[in-house]
Design a protein. Structure first.
Length: 245
């Protein structure tokens, strides 16, 4: 990890966030006031604009400059939390001795713990900590395990996509139902190597590979897998595991 690496990743994240801003804003409006996306966009812009000033700095100094920039530039509670995250990462020991995966995990965990302490928030309180705390716990598990790094990171993405909610909450959106797509007949997690078997009330059955199904956001009506006719409806869908083929 280096300052240049952080800047390059900020640029990539900025592109993805900007492309999906309307969906993120809509999701945030279901649990808050919908302004989180604007704070994230502002923070990313501030970090990217720092490139010429910090690209040659040691990692610790670079992180500290990022921390101060987002702290003052975003403002409010979000600016303080994001600033705390980067500042705490910058306090990690031996940053000049190289950063491997385990060390990077420790830095992120330290930053998230500092945010939790600063914001006095925990899982289930409808804040960014609903995602960050479970991610921190998974990183803590990964850094001392023999699990494949890419597989571990895929698990973290799943955690981030489906945040934890408490029992008194309204849950999170998985798909938007409408007259176009009807009610949900089945729901289950899949892997890219799996197949899905779909049957209708007219006796039709189709099998399709998960990897051939386009990924859509949660705040959408999904994608079409089978074209129905008349009163035909999907009555069941099952997963065929990759290892059963």
């Amino acid at each position: 990890m280096s300052v240049n690496f952080l800047i390059s990743q900020a640029k990539k994240i900025q592109i993805v966030i900007d492309e999906n801003a309307p969906e993120i804003e809509a999701l945030d409006q279901n649990i808050g006031d919908g302004d989180h996306i604007f704070n994230v966009q502002r923070g990313l812009k501030l970090v990217v604009e720092l490139e010429k000033d910090i690209k040659s700095l040691p990692l610790q100094k670079g992180l500290n400059m990022i921390a101060m920039k987002v702290l003052s530039g975003i403002g409010g509670s979000s600016g303080a939390l994001f600033g705390t995250f980067f500042m705490s990462m910058g306090k990690s020991p031996d940053l000049d001795k190289g950063i491997d995966f385990s060390k990077a995990c420790e830095m992120v965990i330290t930053g998230i713990n500092a945010m939790k302490e600063r914001g006095k928030a925990d899982v289930g309180e409808k804040t960014m900590m609903d995602v960050l705390i479970p991610v921190s716990e998974k990183l803590n598990e990964l850094k001392s395990s023999n699990k494949d790094i890419k597989e571990g990171l895929r698990e973290i993405i799943k955690i981030a996509e489906y945040r934890v909610t408490n029992r008194g909450g309204k849950g999170i959106i998985g798909i938007i139902n409408s007259s176009r797509n009807g009610n949900i007949s089945s729901s289950f997690p899949v892997n890219e190597g799996d197949d899905v078997l779909i049957s209708t009330n007219k006796g039709r059955v189709i099998r399709t590979a998960v990897k051939e199904i386009r990924i859509a956001g949660r705040n959408t009506q999904g994608v079409r897998i089978i074209k129905l006719s008349g009163e035909e409806k999907v009555v069941s869908a099952i997963k065929i595991d990759d290892n059963l083929k």
